[in-house]
Unconditional design. Structure first.
Length: 86
């Protein structure tokens, strides 16, 4: 199931902190769809270290969609992939 988090209007470091908090709340089958105004490069190593995978889509120059799910969760991965490969 898709969980949405819009951090596009937050000031640094809030988007990073809120995203890391939100991914910890994901249940089996859930993925997080983060809406951000820039690509959060500092987030990616932290996600990988915690067992998450991600995919970022640049929708516009000031709008990014980041899809995050647990590496071990095939159901969430399949669901997330279906959203960004449209």
């Amino acid at each position: 199931m898709e969980k949405r988090l819009d951090v596009s209007m937050l000031e640094p470091c809030e988007p990073l902190e809120r995203t890391l908090e939100a991914v910890q709340q994901l249940s089996s089958g859930d993925f997080l769809h983060v809406m951000h105004r820039r690509e959060p490069h500092l987030l990616y190593p932290l996600l990988e270290k915690s067992g998450f995978v991600w995919h970022c889509v640049e929708e516009r120059s000031d709008q990014y969609a980041i899809y995050i799910w647990r590496e071990s969760d095939q159901v969430a991965g399949k669901e997330a992939t279906s959203h960004f490969s449209k």
